[in-house]
Design a protein around this ligand. Structure first.
Ligand SMILES: Nc1ncnc2c1ncn2[C@@H]1O[C@H](COP(=O)(O)OP(=O)(O)OP(=O)(O)O)[C@@H](O)[C@H]1O
Ligand SMILES: [Mg+2]
Length: 190
C-alpha cells in the first residue's frame, strides 16, 4: 500500500465547523490513504462524531474542502470554478461512503437478513438471491449466521452492532466509517 504517487481516498483540507457560536472544528486537515485504517481517539465532545457526520454529508462545513477519491465532496466544478455541491452531486458522492453509527438503527420490523438485503436490493438493483447469498457470507463473518431469521428485538446490543456492521458492508462502500462501533463487542470479536 506504500505507492508514493497514490491519491488519498479522503482528504480533509482546513475545514471548520461551528454549532451556533460554538466552534467544534478549527481548520482541521488530514488525509487517509486507500487501504489505510485510521482511528480517531480524543476526549468526549471533541468532534469525532461530527467529522464522520460531515463525511456522510449529514452535517455541512462552514469553511475548507473535502475530497473523496479525488473528487470534491461539498463543491463541484462549474465554468472553471468550484461552486457549492448540488443535492445530486452529494447523493452520488454518498454512495462511496458507508457508516455504522454509535446508535445502530436496525429496522425493528425487519428480520436480520432483511435488514442486510434491503439496501443492496433497493439502491443497487441486486437480486434477492444474490443479496441473500452475500448477507449470509457477511453474517458468517460476524459470527451471526444462526440469527438470520431473528428480529432485532431478540438480539443483544453487541449482536445488533454486528448486524449493523454486516448491513453497512453489504453495500461494498469504498470508505467505511465506524463510530465507536466496537464498544459493545467482546474483545475477541473486535
Ligand atoms: N447538532 C448539534 N448542535 C449543537 N452542538 C452539537 C451538535 N452536534 C454536536 N454538537 C457539539 O459538538 C461537540 C462535538 O460533538 P461530537 O458528537 O462530534 O463529539 P465526540 O468527539 O463524538 O464525542 P463522544 O466521544 O462523546 O462521542 C460537542 O460539544 C457537542 O455538544
Ligand atoms: Mg461521538
Amino acid at each position: 500500500m506504500n505507492v508514493p504517487t497514490q491519491e488519498p481516498i479522503i482528504e480533509i483540507d482546513a475545514i471548520s465547523k461551528s454549532f451556533g457560536d460554538f466552534q467544534v472544528l478549527k481548520g482541521l486537515s488530514m488525509k487517509v490513504m486507500p487501504g489505510e485504517k485510521l482511528a480517531l481517539i480524543d476526549p468526549s465532545g471533541s468532534g469525532k462524531t461530527t467529522i464522520l457526520r460531515i463525511l456522510m454529508t449529514l452535517e455541512g462545513i462552514d469553511d475548507g474542502h473535502i475530497r473523496i477519491d479525488g473528487e470534491e465532496l461539498y463543491h463541484m466544478p462549474k465554468n472553471g470554478t468550484l461552486v457549492p455541491a448540488s443535492e445530486a452531486h452529494l447523493h452520488r458522492m454518498r454512495q462511496k461512503i458507508g457508516m455504522v453509527f454509535q446508535l445502530f438503527n436496525l429496522f425493528p420490523h425487519k428480520s436480520v437478513i432483511d435488514n442486510i438485503t434491503m439496501a443492496p436490493m433497493l439502491t443497487k438493483g441486486v437480486s434477492r438471491a444474490d443479496a441473500e447469498k452475500r448477507a449470509m457470507e457477511l453474517l458468517d463473518m460476524v459470527g451471526m449466521a444462526d440469527k438470520a431469521k431473528a428480529m432485532p428485538a431478540q438480539l443483544s446490543g453487541g449482536q445488533k452492532q454486528r448486524i449493523a456492521i454486516a448491513r453497512a458492508l453489504a453495500l461494498s462502500p469504498k470508505i467505511m466509517l465506524f463510530d465507536e462501533v466496537t464498544s459493545a463487542l467482546d474483545p475477541e470479536l473486535v
